[in-house]
Design a binder for this molecule. Structure first.
Ligand SMILES: Cc1cc2nc3c(=O)[nH]c(=O)nc-3n(C[C@H](O)[C@H](O)[C@H](O)COP(=O)(O)OP(=O)(O)OC[C@H]3O[C@@H](n4cnc5c(N)ncnc54)[C@H](O)[C@@H]3O)c2cc1C
Ligand SMILES: *[C@@H]1O[C@H](CO)[C@@H](O)[C@H](O)[C@H]1NC(C)=O
Ligand SMILES: *[C@@H]1O[C@H](CO)[C@@H](O)[C@H](O)[C@H]1NC(C)=O
Length: 663
């Protein structure tokens, strides 16, 4: 039945003439730094942005997402709504717990707390519920142009993001029931055991790998061609973890070449060995599995779980004398409400909004809060540290064979749409063309631990040019906000052709940034500083990684396809000879792309840790009945994309909270 509806909608869209039906008002979003006040909502530009297929999808189904008023929503039947329980028009004025943010961590936490029907939970979320198009893995980058994301931009910083519009890197975050897991690339990674053991060794009791693996096992429903039988995998959890159904021949080329250079083909999430492996994703039957789909959808009928979408928390209420958090202020349909808690307020708004909300509520660096005239309740280093994972998408190889990589114009066809609907296969089911992961330790790594890699190679069955060519969406380059002229000079000659690439991602940067408030308006965006590549060791690691990829592509499996490095020319790098170390440094500084794993802005650490915001039980230091539960608590870099860790944090927090309240 559902398949039939999909089919009807999608085919009717595809057969419609895209030139009819003028709808949305368009506005340029480049350089936009704040969303304005609660009454001024931005509309985003759809046209000129998509391939004909995507454009038609968006035009007919997407445009209602940009309506000014959330109450005018003709297409709500296509969404996954979360109404209040029958007979309830307004939420209660008091709950046991209020959770702010229905993201990866917040959804997992809410599902576990409300298992006990005596416990009432209010879950507040700024964004909207998912819809059928967010289910399509191939459309992941497309959603970065919609109001399913927060349009944050990093501040302009010297020597990085030089090839991006206004020299600013784009930091989208999910804004949906399901949070960033609704718009992410669905790659499933857990981190190395040593990463977690180091977190525990800092005094964070209960966070060693042996503690955390329990939650990974709990959340997983792994179906990985036999890997799921290993003891470290889970088969009874809510979150499907699978291989991608449709792959290019290049997927095996990468693994073969890896083996030649001494990288075994492994389950890269296994605790034992470093190696290369096929990508594992939170996709099932070709459909995205967000945290909401896994943890909330099935519990819609719980009378004790109230979910309010289109609702933004603006302040945590804390008694300045007792320092007890007792409620939350939130805005819904332009009205301000208050909800009180009997037990705790839990902030799960993600690594940017969680520290922002703490600071707005009087918890943060004293001087900084003073400068914005925010009364200080507790002085803590909120936002003072921020790690991120950046990668370099410009290492592109041309091939002498055609038809062996994902090319949007070839793959996103009507025939493949139908096949995706029926079988969940084709490029529509691909997480942006990612096919594998390889963990490597470059010769410049100064980490004494042999099992901790310094680079992750993200193997792509194509490259940054695969979404180009006549009429194609160019959604990946646009998602990164790469300047058109820089892109065209570098890659115009091979746009839309068969290529291979791998994005080297820096796992343990020495450089770190911070977050500050711009002002005291809860609807402003904070100021974001990545400080990328300020430590020269990070640059050296990138260059070493690029050299390793060159060795990889020199092997026979790649040479069977005549793999040849593309000598991209970048305006800022004209003075450097192609392939010199200086050239690569400049190239990385030009195409500095984040993988969006910002962490540590509400850092966890024991009492006495000068950088800590929350304690090892995620309670905000110095405040009672207030916790932070999301990826912002991670105190150190981990060798992982952060969706699975965030869900594990949510599940662990549920256990900590149940212990505290004996529920
Ligand atoms: C484009 C992109 C691709 C990514 N790809 C991957 C990947 O392939 N694999 C992977 O593991 N990780 C990936 N990540 C990272 C990963 O998805 C996130 O780190 C993870 O989802 C974070 O979970 P969280 O619970 O900390 O926060 P989020 O999931 O971001 O949840 C925070 C929620 O709080 C809401 N919120 C914020 N402020 C308020 C407020 N004041 N009131 C109410 N609600 C509020 C937000 O709208 C959001 O829904 C990607 C991230 C991005 C942006
Ligand atoms: C819920 O509350 C009732 C009455 O106080 C109690 O008997 C019951 O054991 C509680 N259930 C759970 C799961 O805690
Ligand atoms: C590609 O190049 C390799 C190595 O030069 C060669 O063996 C192979 O036949 C070429 N393939 C095609 C399709 O031209």
């Amino acid at each position: 039945m559902k398949t039939l509806i999909y089919f009807f909608i999608i085919s009717s869209i595809l057969f419609n003439d895209p030139s009819t039906g003028e709808e949305a008002t368009f506005e340029d979003d480049s350089g936009v730094n704040d969303m304005g006040s609660s009454t001024r909502r931005k509309r985003f530009f759809w046209g000129d942005y998509q391939s004909p297929a995507v454009e038609n999808f968006m035009k007919y189904i997407g445009s209602p997402y940009n309506t000014q008023s959330p109450s005018v929503d003709f297409f709500s039947f296509l969404r996954d709504p979360y109404p209040l329980p029958k007979g309830l028009k307004e939420p209660y004025s008091e709950y046991d717990f209020v959770i702010i943010g229905a993201g990866s961590a917040g959804c997992a936490l809410a599902s576990r707390l409300t298992k006990n029907r005596n416990i009432t939970v209010l879950l507040l979320e700024t964004g909207k519920p998912e819809m059928i198009l967010t289910d399509v893995p191939a459309f992941a980058p497309t959603f970065q142009a919609t109001d399913y994301v927060w349009h944050y931009y990093m501040e302009p910083q010297r020597g990085v993001c030089l090839g991006m519009n206004n020299k600013r890197c784009f930091w989208p975050r999910g804004r949906a029931v399901g949070g960033t897991s609704v718009i992410n690339y669905m790659l499933y990674t857990r981190g190395r055991p040593k990463d977690w053991d180091r977190i525990a060794a800092d005094g964070n009791y209960g966070w060693s790998y042996n503690d955390i693996i329990k939650y990974y096992v709990e959340l997983e429903n792994a179906n990985l061609g036999g890997y799921e039988k290993q003891p470290h995998r889970g088969r009874n959890g809510e979150m499907p973890v699978e291989f991608v159904k449709t792959k290019t021949p290049l997927s095996n080329v990468f693994l073969e070449a890896g083996r030649i250079l001494g990288h075994p083909t492994v389950d890269y999430n296994a605790p034992e060995e470093l190696g290369f492996g096929q990508i594992q994703v939170t996709i099932s039957n070709g459909r995205r599995y967000s945290a909401a789909k896994a943890f909330l959808h099935r519990h819609k009928n719980r009378p004790n779980l109230h979910i309010l979408s289109d609702t933004t928390a603006t302040k945590i209420l804390i008694d300045p004398q007792t320092k007890i958090a007792y409620g939350v202020e939130y805005v819904r349909n332009n009205l301000l409400y208050t909800s009180l808690v009997r037990k705790e307020v839990i902030v799960s708004a993600g690594p940017i909004a969680s520290p922002q909300l703490l600071m707005l509520s009087g918890i943060g660096p004293q001087e900084h809060l003073n400068s914005h005239k925010i009364p200080v309740i507790h002085n803590l280093p909120v936002g003072r540290r921020l790690y991120d994972h950046i990668c370099f998408p410009g290492l592109v190889y041309t091939l002498n064979a055609t038809g062996i990589s994902f090319i949007e114009n070839r793959e996103l066809s009507l025939r493949n749409t139908i096949s995706w609907l029926q079988h969940g296969d084709t490029a529509y089911a691909s997480p942006g063309g990612v096919e594998g992961i390889g963990y490597i330790k470059t010769p410049v790594s100064d980490d004494p631990e042999p099992s901790v890699p310094d680079i992750e190679l993200i193997n792509i069955g194509g490259s940054i040019v695969s979404d180009g060519g006549p009429g194609a969406s160019k959604s990946v380059r646009k998602g990164m906000r790469i300047t058109e002229s820089i892109f065209d000079e570098a890659f115009g000659s091979i746009d839309g052709t068969d290529t291979w690439s791998t994005f080297p991602m820096l796992l343990h940067p020495k450089s770190f940034g911070y977050i500050e408030l711009k002002d005291s308006n809860p609807f402003s965006h904070p100021r974001l500083y990545g400080n990328y590549l300020t430590d020269p060791r990070d640059v050296a690691t990138f260059v070493a990684a690029i050299r390793h990829v060159q060795a990889l592509t020199a092997t026979a499996p790649f040479q069977r396809y005549g793999a040849k490095i593309h000598p991209a020319k970048y305006k800022p790098c004209r003075k450097h000879t192609f392939d010199s170390d200086e050239y690569w440094e400049c190239a990385v500084r030009t195409l500095t792309a984040t993988l969006h794993h910002q962490i540590a802005t509400c850092r966890m650490g024991p009492a006495g840790d000068k950088l800590a915001v929350v304690d090892p039980e995620l309670r905000v230091h110095g405040i009672k009945q207030l916790r932070v539960v999301d990826s912002s608590i991670l105190p150190r870099t981990i060798s992982a994309h952060t969706n699975a860790p965030a869900m594990a944090i949510g599940l662990k927090a549920a256990d900590l909270i149940k212990q505290t309240w004996n529920i």
